[in-house]
Design a protein. Structure first.
Length: 179
């Protein structure tokens, strides 16, 4: 959706029919929108109820500009729909690519936790795009820092459990043991 010129693309009749078919087959949909397009994801959740959605890249908050109020407002509206989960990825590419710190990421992280809770957040790498802003290792270390103080259950949910449930992945013995 992020590159669609039609601002109401997700509400087109043919798109809604297709996404209803996705829902009816028991599948989910990854929604890739920029922060100014979050209302489209909200409308999708309202117009195609029961369609499991994952908001990719946390809706791309403007971390480099620091303007998070509109993003937060729309994100809270979207999170009110229980069929929606959020992939925490791509945040570093929305921050200043050279000088971002964990402190720059934390305001968005806190909003995401408040909106979705650990049970509806999933870690994502955004690799290879993360290489534009510090790379995989730096992003993973940042997430480790952000997860400091979380319970083992909350950490497991964010790092594996939410994605495993949403994408209906086979659980490994290791992931079963961590619960």
């Amino acid at each position: 959706m992020q590159g669609e010129p039609d601002p109401a693309w997700l509400q087109r009749a043919d798109v809604e029919r297709g996404l209803a078919a996705v829902r009816d087959r028991g599948l989910g949909y990854d929604v890739l929108v920029r922060s100014h397009q979050l209302d489209q994801a909200v409308r999708l959740a309202e117009r195609v109820p029961g369609l499991p959605q994952v908001l990719d890249h946390a809706g791309k908050p403007d971390l480099s500009g620091g303007e998070l109020a509109h993003w937060e407002s729309e994100l809270l509206r979207l999170a009110a729909h229980p069929q929606v989960v959020c992939k925490v990825s791509g945040l570093i590419t929305e921050a200043d690519h050279v000088s971002w710190t964990t402190a720059d990421i934390r305001p968005a992280w806190d909003v995401l936790l408040n909106a979705f809770g650990p049970e509806r957040l999933m870690f994502g790498s955004d690799w290879p795009m993360a290489n534009l802003a510090g790379g995989w290792n730096r992003w993973a270390a940042t997430v480790d820092e952000l997860l400091d103080g979380f319970s083992a259950h909350e950490t497991s949910a964010i790092l594996a459990g939410t994605a495993t449930a949403f994408y209906r992945l086979a659980r490994t013995e290791e992931s079963r043991e961590s619960r």
